[in-house]
Write a protein that binds this ligand. Structure first.
Ligand code: SAM
Ligand code: SF4
Ligand code: SF4
Length: 354
């Protein structure tokens, strides 16, 4: 029953996101560069202390009020964005999260990235305003707890996934570090057992965190195994091209063309992070509501970043790869997710296929 409700909701969602994207393209005149996706850190504070993460180590300045969050959302929508993802730090530490999400949901496809610690306590407050929840899990049991710095974080995240499944589409968000190169299959098996999706992205070495980015042939092997699992029908959300582009760029000297302008990141004070999240290490510039984003996007010198290939963060790489003219991509990004939602996010757990 619940999964049927999700499917109906997802079909409506696909329609509304498509129409909204079309309308925003028309509104901005259809031509030139414009961001399609935006990520927004609601705060830097966190209840976990992950080794590879720089953000929990920062001090928060005054956070935006709900009214300023709305100001940010209006500016981001005017710029052309249709998908808004909230993260942090830990977004569930914000008491006003339901009010913020309630403002976002009518304007954007709205998603949340969380470590899951507080998810089962708060999911009922926020579920009506979410289209997708990503729960970060980097390994199984003690390995995850060690990387995340706090015992019990694996169990709390899995409990959060179980409470969310059936209310909002949910996926495991797994960051591949040099400590988790052998965990990929286990994460896929866990996602299958829980009946949810799974996304992978390769860790980046931020200057203010431990250097855990994986390198070398072992990483290549993990990426190749993930391609095989995806081809066999594992619920991996990244496109096949995501994995092949990382292999081509890092191991075959064939760089992908990065288009960081497709993704806008907004820091906890409402400032735009340019050219991208990674190169600026989340250092914001102008407040998004103080600038003409369209003008900024079409005068900013993006060319030096096209062949950068320094990170493989899916929020930049996936939109950079998308082509309406590529039938495989249309199938993977448009049709497969619709079909997959018919199958994932079921209420009951399943035996893991051999
Ligand atoms: C910064 S966290 C914020 C949301 C929430 N606290 C969480 O952990 O899901 C967002 C995502 O960034 C990932 N992340 C942390 N450090 C990273 C790194 N060095 N490279 C790539 N991704 C990283 C986390 O694993 C998480 O999935
Ligand atoms: S990755 Fe997320 S949970 Fe871990 S310290 Fe960073 S913000 Fe917190
Ligand atoms: S590849 Fe380079 S320009 Fe593109 S998002 Fe990553 S760090 Fe930024």
């Amino acid at each position: 029953m619940e999964s049927k409700r999700l499917v109906t909701r997802d079909m409506g969602l696909v329609r509304s996101v498509f129409l909204r994207s079309l309308w925003r393209t028309v509104q901005r005149g259809g031509s030139g560069k414009a961001p399609v996706i935006a990520g927004h850190k609601l705060l830097y504070r966190c209840n976990l202390e992950c080794a590879m993460c720089p953000f929990w180590r920062r001090k928060d300045e005054n956070l935006l009020s709900v009214d300023d969050e709305v100001r940010m959302m209006k500016a981001v929508a005017r710029a052309g964005v249709s998908f808004l993802g909230f993260e942090g730090g830990e977004p569930l530490l914000r008491p006003d999260l339901p009010q913020i999400l309630a403002e976002s949901h009518p304007r954007f496809h709205t998603s949340l990235v969380t470590n899951g610690w507080l998810l089962s306590n708060r999911i009922r407050e926020i579920a009506p305003y979410l289209d997708m929840v990503f729960v970060s899990l980097d390994g199984i049991g003690d390995l995850h707890d060690r990387l995340r710095g706090i015992p019990g974080s694996f169990d709390r995240a899995v409990e959060g996934i179980r409470s969310t499944r059936g209310l909002v589409p949910v996926a495991i968000n797994s960051t591949i570090t040099n400590e988790t190169l052998d965990e990929a299959e286990k994460m896929v098996a866990l996602a299958q057992r829980l009946g949810v999706g799974v996304t992978f992205q390769v860790a980046y070495n931020y200057s203010a965190a431990e250097s855990l980015a994986p390198v070398g042939q072992k990483l290549r092997g993990t990426l190749e195994r993930l391609i095989v699992l995806k081809e066999k029908g594992a619920p991996i959300i990244e496109s096949r091209e995501y994995f092949t582009s990382v292999i081509d760029g890092w191991f075959r000297d064939t760089p992908w063309r990065c288009k960081p302008w497709m993704t806008m990141n907004v820091d906890p004070q409402g400032r735009i992070v340019l050219p991208c999240y990674t190169l600026r290490e989340y250092g914001g510039g102008d407040r998004v509501w103080d600038v003409d984003v369209r003008k900024l996007w079409n005068t900013f010198e993006w060319d030096p970043y096209e062949r950068c290939n320094k990170c493989a963060l899916a929020c930049y790489l996936e939109p950079s790869l998308f082509r309406w003219t590529n039938p495989t991509m249309l199938r993977e990004r448009i049709l497969d997710p619709i079909v997959a939602y018919l199958d994932w996010n079921v209420e009951a757990e399943r035996p893991v296929p051999a």
